[in-house]
Design a protein around this ligand. Structure first.
Ligand code: IPD
Ligand code: CA
Ligand code: CA
Length: 266
């Protein structure tokens, strides 16, 4: 792997994060993408900045981003997966819980993940086989082994008519009465990084997109956690069903989801 890829990914996430903070300071336009799904001027500007640097430095790399979709040769050995701002609703309301998420995939295998939360002053990153870090601090998932002691978070897609919302509420409702705490934080990438840091124990979400979780996945796995489909199988970009945990809790969580029929719903 070219050594400088990690440095460039980190610099890009940092520069885009700085730009997002400037928009937060100076104001920005908000547009609807349909329903309650929104995009801000900052999302677009951060994405433009990231895309330009990738294209200038690596013209033969493929790119997948939230706002521009697929770019470049799909057969390229390298693919960047970018969410310029994950947690746009938080960003638009001035909540600091949002991040820039950048992953690099090499021949189908995630090799680098960077999740920078500019308003919180933290950067989570990982390189395949070298562990996961927050700044310089090495990350390790929690040791929580009982659902009763778990701090759990979840999210759901913007489409209010989507049946997975009902399923999500059913499972989250159950969690409210069985575990220590349930949170709805609003940035899947950051939630994955928080499990890596041992701040959360687990997270689930239907219909996530690759850009929501690609960087968080490698950070979490390098910190000892697991990210799978709702039944423990490999993630599928087709349905985006994501269960992430410290690993120890995974088996029990799959059972809870299965008991609700949540492993079958798409
Ligand atoms: C969203 C966030 C949120 C999740 C949504 C995603 P965005 O990404 O990750 O936590 O619940 O499903 O779309 O729109 O802020 O990039
Ligand atoms: Ca996102
Ligand atoms: Ca986004």
């Amino acid at each position: 792997m070219p050594l400088h890829l990690l440095q460039i990914a980190k610099k890009l996430a940092h520069d885009a994060g700085k730009l997002a903070l400037e928009y937060q300071e100076n104001g920005f336009k908000v547009e609807s993408k349909g329903g309650v799904d929104i995009v801000t001027e900052a999302d677009k500007a951060c994405e433009r900045l990231i895309l330009k640097t990738i294209k200038d430095n690596f013209p033969d790399h493929a790119i997948l981003t939230e706002e521009s979709g697929s770019i470049g040769d799909p057969k390229s050995e390298y693919k960047w997966i970018v969410d310029p701002i994950d947690g746009t609703v938080n960003f638009a309301h001035g909540l600091p819980y949002y991040c820039v998420s950048i992953a690099i995939i090499h021949k189908g295998i995630p090799i680098i993940g960077v999740v920078e939360a500019p308003a919180l002053g933290e950067v989570f990153w990982a390189k395949q086989g070298h562990g996961a870090f927050c700044g310089k601090r090495k990350l390790q998932v929690s040791k929580t082994s009982h659902i009763q002691k778990m701090l759990f978070s979840y999210g759901y897609p913007y489409d209010r008519k989507d049946p997975v919302r009902k399923m999500t509420h059913k499972i989250a409702y159950d969690m409210h009465s069985t575990c220590r705490g349930v949170r709805r934080l609003g940035s899947s990438a950051l939630e994955g990084a928080y499990i890596a840091a041992g701040r959360l124990d687990a997270f689930f979400h239907y219909k996530l997109k690759p850009w929501d979780i690609a960087a968080a996945k490698i950070i979490l796995e390098e910190a000892g956690g697991i990210m799978t489909d709702m039944n423990g199988a490999l993630l599928s970009p087709k349905n985006g069903r994501v269960l992430a945990s410290n690993g120890t809790l995974h088996h029990d969580l799959i059972k809870v989801i299965k008991d609700h029929g949540g492993d079958l719903i798409n």
